[in-house]
Design a protein around this ligand. Structure first.
Ligand SMILES: [Zn+2]
Length: 245
């Protein structure tokens, strides 16, 4: 397939290559803008995760502190019970009362010891949770600072890239205005404006530079003579003589 004889193949290919360069530059800037957005979003997510972690550990500290207070009251109560039983034991009137007080005292001692153990465990839990909280708060502080720092830097970069993008948009319109409708249409059909190349070299062996389809001799001659804008029948790419690159 070839474009009309009236087309100046070489000039058009050069203009199309320039347009493709602009299109690729635009895609690259858009990618950079997207990755900047992704970077900041990633840092923000880290900060949010750490904030949730700090809140969770803080709740753990409070819960353990609550248990310390609760077992502390149990210990106090146990000690008061023992004191009361001690007073009763000196005032027993018979063996039966003596045995009853002794049995109650044994139970009260066991209960006190259990409450003391629970209190110690809870105090240990408080210590552990406070240590974890301190570490998580430090990590959060670091992540928050990093987010603030990168956000500022990214804002600057974004402004620059958006300026470049506007500039490229103007260049693209100018470049498009230099091409006729048919050439532009061939370029777009061949994938121009996308991520893949819309133009490929005709290799010295006479095959398409992209899909390696053999190009008929007559068409090769025309491409090399730069008379036509030629399309590869294998992949639809616009072919141009290698010497142009
Ligand atoms: Zn091809």
């Amino acid at each position: 397939m070839t474009a009309g004889e009236s087309m100046q193949g070489t000039d058009i290919v050069e203009e199309l290559l320039t347009l493709q360069e602009i299109d690729h530059r635009i895609l690259k800037i858009e990618d950079q803008l997207e990755s900047l957005g992704g970077e900041v979003a990633g840092l923000r997510e880290t900060v949010e995760t750490l904030e949730a972690q700090v809140a969770r550990i803080r709740a753990e500290v409070e819960e353990a502190e609550g248990r310390v207070r609760q077992f502390h009251r149990a210990v106090e109560a146990g000690r008061a019970t023992l004191k009361r039983l001690e007073a009763r034991s000196v005032a027993v009137a018979n063996m039966q009362q003596h045995l009853a007080v002794r049995s109650e005292t044994d139970t009260a001692r066991r209960n006190l010891r259990a409450a003391e153990d629970d209190q110690l465990d809870a105090m240990q839990d408080v210590e552990t949770a406070r240590g974890a909280l301190k570490a998580a708060e430090a990590e959060l502080g670091e992540a928050t600072a990093q987010l603030a720092e990168r956000s500022t830097a990214v804002e600057g970069l974004r402004t620059t890239l958006e300026g470049d993008l506007l500039h490229c948009g103007v260049s693209r319109r100018t470049q498009e205005s230099r091409l006729d409708r048919r050439a532009l249409q061939l370029y777009r059909t061949a994938g121009g404006g996308g991520r893949q190349a819309a133009l490929a070299e005709l290799t010295v062996d006479g095959v398409c530079g992209r899909c390696y389809t053999a190009i008929p001799k007559q068409q090769q001659t025309e491409i090399r003579a730069r008379r036509h804008l030629a399309i590869c029948e294998g992949c639809g790419i616009i072919l141009y003589p290698g010497s142009l690159a």
